[in-house]
Ligand binder design. Structure first.
Ligand code: SAH
Length: 465
């Protein structure tokens, strides 16, 4: 498998500094499954290209220290040496580890400068088709071109192979690009990844942390990345979404249960928070309110993103705030982190000076807890007095309730809900409130979308005109 990274950033030879690999040298590295070679076929001021070529030794891999029983099937005949997607990730992290970590002693300013980079991957096994390639890279801001290879050019009647040559380009820091490749390359290949272990989980979370939590395909990514390691998969998701419930250990489960849990989707709550964070991030907000923050799950995700410099969570329930404080371990956070976050007690139906002057506010699954007269008070408090540039607001979509077999017809999802709106009702309300207070609003579905009844959660993103 060959990975090629090119740039026309001037001077293009900066790529050598960033990668800590001298452009004039051909270098080889011994890895547990074979060798990786790094060389530069193209080095000028105008264009620089580096290649990372993997030379996987399938026999050595079987005989060597990795005696994973489950690998027996593919011992000598397999496509690993040629496609080797998880090995490519390992090679990226071992050979380009410093660059991926965003370190460059000699030229630190280079590391943080996004440059236009083009990656070519030959040959990438893509189970899931070309659309899957687009869905993985495009949300991260890349353009993707893919060419599918036939199984054998001499026998076109054999049809297409699952192998693609993919060209991915975007303006990113090299560290971001390598991190995205590191996490995503193994995801395309729906094979088992032999290197997966506890430390890989750490790496996925460390490397994917910020962007993975808000990637619309995060569930697929995590599941495929940690294929067949259900306890790791669950751990990863749990950590991504900061669940705190204890999970059973793997040996307590039958393999059947394991398969089942692999297919278990991300909870709606997680998808909701992912969507809210993505909208807040896209708004460019640096100071954010979480109104009706409850036990602080969204706050925790906000804290993990350095874009958000000031975060204030407010709730009417002291008990929820106490739980939030404990969960976020506010007293144990380093000072600089703790200074970014404040919890305040208050009610959204009273005008509150502390809420003024923020870039954005999240109001996640709160409005349906208010009686209609209080809701109109909240409208004024949030849209007229707090008046942030961006407001991201979610509420259940009642139409979707029919999809839940366990929810008796006509019931609300939560006993404390005062109403649950259809899409039309929510959009009617949101359009009126936006117009009244000088905002524009757009609507986004959150969670699995059904053609007829829509998605379980509806989200409105309001922008002050
Ligand atoms: N936003 C959180 C919690 C949603 S539950 C999440 O997404 O997980 C609704 C929350 O709104 C509860 O924590 C409740 O205490 C809070 N809430 C209800 N009425 C409120 C009011 N008038 N002012 C502030 N918070 C309120």
């Amino acid at each position: 498998m060959l990975l090629t990274i090119s740039t026309e950033h001037k001077p293009a030879t900066d790529l050598g500094f960033l990668l800590h690999k001298h452009p004039d040298r051909f270098q080889s590295f011994d890895l547990s499954f074979g060798q990786a070679h790094v060389f530069y076929p193209d080095v000028t001021e105008d264009r620089c290209t580096v290649c990372l070529l993997l030379d996987v030794d399938p026999v050595g891999m079987v005989r060597g220290k990795r005696r994973d029983q489950s690998f027996l099937l593919g011992h000598y005949i397999n496509d690993r040496p040629y496609v080797a997607s998880s090995f490519m990730s390992v090679a990226i992290s071992q050979v380009f580890g410093t660059a991926m970590g965003g370190r460059c002693k000699d030229r630190p300013e280079l590391v943080t400068t996004p440059i236009h980079l083009t990656v070519r991957l030959d040959v990438l096994p893509v189970r899931g088709g070309e659309g899957f390639l687009h869905r993985m890279f495009e949300p991260l801001g890349y353009t993707v071109e893919a060419v599918r290879h036939t199984l054998d050019e001499r026998f076109p009647e054999w049809g297409e192979s699952p192998y693609y040559s993919a060209t991915i380009s975007g303006t990113k820091t090299l560290s971001e690009l390598l991190t995205h490749l590191y996490v995503l390359i193994p995801v395309f290949d729906n094979e088992k990844h032999y290197f997966v272990g506890e430390d890989e989980l750490e790496k996925l979370l460390a490397k994917g942390g910020g962007w993975l939590a808000s990637h619309p395909e995060k569930e697929q990514i995590t599941r495929r990345y940690l294929k067949h390691r259900s306890s790791l998969y669950r751990q990863a998701l749990a950590r991504l979404v900061e669940e705190e419930e204890a999970e059973p250990t793997e040996d307590q489960e039958s393999s059947e249960q394991r398969e089942e849990s692999l297919g278990r989707p991300l909870s709606l709550n997680d998808q909701r928070h992912g969507a809210v964070i993505a909208a807040l991030r896209a708004s460019g907000a640096r100071t954010v309110l979480d109104l009706g923050c409850g036990e602080g799950r969204l706050l925790r995700e906000l804290l993990q993103d350095r874009q958000f410099e000031q975060i204030v969570g407010m709730d009417v329930s002291i008990r929820s705030l106490e739980t939030a404080q404990k969960r976020l371990r506010l007293d144990r956070l380093p000072d600089r982190q703790a200074e970014r976050l404040k919890l305040i007690h208050g009610s959204l139906i009273y005008r509150d000076k502390r809420l003024a002057g923020f870039d954005a506010a999240a109001v996640v699954e709160v409005i349906e807890h208010l009686d209609p007269p209080r809701l109109s008070a909240l409208e004024r408090v949030v849209f007229e007095f707090a008046r942030p540039q961006t407001i991201v607001l979610t509420t259940p979509n009642r139409e979707y309730n029919v999809m839940w077999e366990t929810l008796p017809a006509g019931n609300f999802r939560h006993p404390d809900h005062r109403f649950e709106w259809s899409r039309q009702e929510f959009q009617g309300w949101a359009n009126r409130v936006a117009e009244q207070h000088g905002y524009s609003v757009r609507f986004l579905p959150v969670g699995p979308e059904d053609e007829e009844v829509g998605s379980p959660t509806q989200m409105g993103v309001f922008e002050r005109g």
